[in-house]
Design a protein around this ligand. Structure first.
Ligand code: PFF
Length: 450
């Protein structure tokens, strides 16, 4: 197998942890987790989500990094070569294709939502939220998403900055995430402090942590599982391609634990910052994708130096989205460079342009085409459902099957170098049996087969 990727390498384990955490921590933690927890009744959903992270997400993350490091290419070529090494069918490269397509679909709407966050930087900084009521804040949000031109402008800007970083390659990614993650954590803690002081903190904590299983449907369980994949950036080759830039001596197991833990802490802190405001202001926890944009500005509008903290918060949210978005498109760009012999710059232009065009569909789904629905879902809803609830779990399931059943035990053991045989065997048991069976059951239940 190859010694290094032609695209370069992370300079250290720390750089990889930061980049992978940068990919994992994003809109999924701060924007999506709170609103889907709200829509699915809170505590029980959160518990199922945590369980999925531990029993399904973590072992698959280890598997995905491992496959990436062994293949050292874009996920499509990595899967093709690893299948050949294991004497399995070339057909496994479709797993890489599934990932490239999922990344492209996710980024097309991710960029639009990141655009909302950019728009909010300007709004909070200009002081429009000072002293604003819950209704006033909701109106400002409503006006933003009703305006396709504004959304398109922000979406375009976000796509440009994303592609600029990707064009600079591994080193560019590394530099961007180094200062961003710690700063985001500090601001979130400050916001939780605000929630404790001025919000309905106890009510929020009991909403998030008191499990009432009657509130979760089998569809909700699928959403929780899909979100575990989404939030850890699993099942589509993003973590695989990052793993392909990982130096050989770094321990994959402990690194994956750090990344999953950091990601989970950020999501829970986001919930603890947002729900106290929701309950203190009589807002609806299940109000959907607008939730953080309609709640947090209330806090910023009423706290000392709120405009400063608020601006900083949305700037950091944009950064968090940025460090995730670069990993969404990296598998496609790496493939274009490897197989189409394009320069990185050219590959970025083509991949970026295609994503930008598809993003227009999401922009319009919040205004002009909001009533155009298929199975009661808008264009944005469909992309979100298809990627998070279908493609990522399917990709993750296949990664688990490949690592557990197709790849030889000797090869996975030598790549992972886990400290004890007990750890290795537990991991193998999880990817061989627990993850695939759990994903399959959740799927079948959600489509009412069992
Ligand atoms: N994990 C990112 C988030 O939580 O916002 C989203 C994401 C990034 C999903 C990269 C998938 C991926 F490959």
């Amino acid at each position: 197998m190859r010694k290094a990727s032609l695209h370069g390498q992370w300079s250290s384990r720390f750089a990889f942890v930061l980049a992978a955490t940068g990919s994992a921590v994003g809109l999924g933690n701060i924007w999506k987790f709170p609103y889907i927890a709200g829509e699915n009744g809170g505590g029980a959903f959160v518990l199922i989500y945590l369980l999925c992270i531990l029993a399904i997400g973590l072992p698959i993350m280890v598997a995905e990094i491992m496959l990436g490091r062994r293949g050292r290419q874009s996920p499509i070529n990595t899967m093709r070569d690893l299948a050949a090494e294991a004497g399995a069918s070339r057909f496994w490269s479709w797993l890489g294709w599934l990932g490239v397509i999922a990344g492209f679909l996710i980024l097309s709407y991710y960029s639009v939502i990141a655009g909302w966050a950019m728009a909010y930087v300007v709004r909070v900084a200009s002081g429009v939220f000072e002293g604003a009521t819950a209704d006033g804040v909701s109106n400002i949000f409503g006006q933003l998403i009703a305006d396709p031109e504004k959304l398109l402008a922000w979406h375009s800007l976000f796509m440009i900055v994303t592609m600029l970083v990707v064009a600079r390659g591994v080193k560019g990614l590394e530099r961007t995430v180094k200062f961003l993650m710690p700063a985001l954590l500090v601001i979130l803690i400050l916001l939780v402090g605000f929630g404790m002081e001025q919000g309905a903190f106890e009510q929020a904590a009991s909403f998030l942590f008191k499990a009432d299983f009657s509130k979760v449907s089998s569809e909700g369980v699928l959403t929780a599982m899909g979100h575990a994949f989404f939030t850890l950036s699993l099942g589509m080759g993003a973590i695989m391609v990052y793993g392909s830039y990982l130096p050989t001596k770094v321990s994959i197991g402990s690194t994956a634990v750090i990344i999953a833990l950091a990601d989970t802490v950020v999501a829970l802190l986001a919930g603890l910052a947002i729900f106290p405001i929701v309950f203190a202001n009589g807002l609806e926890p299940g109000s959907g994708p607008g939730l953080i944009f309609q709640t947090l500005p209330i806090a910023f509008g009423h706290m000392a130096y709120g405009s400063v903290f608020g601006t900083l918060f949305f700037v950091l949210l944009v950064f968090a989205a940025w460090s995730s978005s670069i990993s969404l498109i990296e598998p496609a760009v790496a493939w274009l460079v490897e197989n189409k012999k394009m320069s990185r710059m050219r590959a970025c232009i083509w991949a970026g342009l295609a994503t930008w065009i598809l993003g227009i569909g999401t922009v319009l789904s919040f205004n002009l085409t909001a009533d155009v629905k298929l199975f009661d879902k808008t264009f944005f809803d469909i992309l979100d459902y298809l990627t998070a609830n279908v493609m990522l779990p399917l990709g993750g399931l296949s990664i688990a099957v490949f690592a557990g059943w197709v790849m030889s035990k000797e090869n996975s053991a030598s790549e992972l170098q886990l400290k004890s045989p007990i750890l290795f065997n537990s991991w193998l048991f999880l990817v061989k049996f627990v993850s695939p069976v759990a994903v399959a059951i959740v799927f079948l239940k959600a489509i009412d087969v069992i």
